[in-house]
Design a protein. Structure first.
Length: 75
């Protein structure tokens, strides 16, 4: 019989119990990604015309296919 190089875990260690993730640890990351998604949605959805932050059509042309994929009209 072949010997296993990995020793079995002791019977007393319970690996199925994990400490819950505190909300305070997740909240800053959730806020960061929420703001990031809102900025991305702005650039894909409304960055053109009177509300444009950047002049010209550069941003519009860069995200043009994404606009159609997400269902934003642009023509």
């Amino acid at each position: 019989m072949a010997q296993s190089a990995i020793a079995p875990l002791p019977a007393s260690s319970d690996t199925s119990t994990q400490a819950p993730l505190p909300v305070r640890a997740v909240l800053p990351w959730a806020a960061f990604f929420g703001v990031l998604m809102l900025v991305l949605l702005y650039f894909v959805g409304t960055e053109q015309g009177a509300l444009s932050v950047f002049s010209g059509e550069t941003v519009h042309e860069f995200v043009h296919d994404g606009r159609h994929l997400l269902g934003f009209p642009c023509h």
